[in-house]
Design a protein around this ligand. Structure first.
Ligand SMILES: [Zn+2]
Ligand SMILES: [Zn+2]
Length: 151
C-alpha cells in the first residue's frame, strides 16, 4: 500500500501531503513530528512539556524526493548488514605467501635467509590488511575487492 500523504499531523492526525507547508517543532526530539498548523503545534507544547520551543515553517518533500530518500537509506543499511556476515575459510590458518619467491627476494636484496615462521607471520598480516580492505569495499556496496581498497 502506497501512502498518498507524507505524514500525519502530530496533534489532529490530519494528513499532510507532499510538497506542503507544515509546522515543525524546534525541539530536536520532536523533529520527526509535523503539524498541520501553528494551532496544532501549540496544542502539543504543554503535552510535551517544552520550555523553549517555537514552530518553524517547513515544506514537506515532493513525492519523488521522499522516495529517493528512502532508497538512499536502504543502500546505506545494506553494506553494514553484509559486513557483519563474514564466513570462515580454511585459508584463515594457511600460508598465503609464495615462500620460494619471498626467500629469493630477501636473499637477492639483503643476502639474508628467511625462516619458515616468516610465512605464517606475513600470512597473518596479509589477512589483516585484506579484512580491512574488504570492509572498505563493502562500505561502498561493491562485490569486488580492488587495489584501491588497500591504500
Ligand atoms: Zn493538525
Ligand atoms: Zn515539540
Amino acid at each position: 500500500m502506497e501512502a498518498t500523504y507524507w505524514r500525519k499531523c502530530g496533534s489532529c492526525k490530519k494528513e499532510i501531503g507532499y510538497n506542503t507547508i507544515y509546522q515543525a517543532c524546534s525541539v530536536s526530539t520532536c523533529s520527526k513530528t509535523a503539524f498541520c498548523s501553528v494551532d496544532c503545534w501549540d496544542t502539543h507544547v504543554p503535552i510535551m512539556n517544552h520550555k523553549n520551543a517555537w514552530a518553524e515553517e517547513e515544506r514537506s518533500p515532493s513525492k519523488p524526493d521522499a522516495q529517493a530518500e528512502h532508497q538512499v537509506r536502504r543502500t546505506i543499511i545494506q553494506p553494514s548488514a553484509s559486513a557483519s556476515s563474514s564466513k570462515s575459510s580454511p585459508m584463515e590458518s594457511e600460508v598465503l605467501i609464495v615462500a620460494s619467491k619471498l626467500k629469493q627476494y630477501v636473499k637477492d636484496k639483503y643476502d639474508l635467509n628467511t625462516s619458515a615462521n616468516v610465512m605464517d607471520a606475513l600470512s597473518t598480516e596479509v589477512r589483516k590488511l585484506t579484512d580491512k580492505a574488504v570492509q572498505k569495499a563493502q562500505a561502498e556496496g561493491r562485490k569486488t575487492l580492488m587495489d584501491r581498497d588497500f591504500i
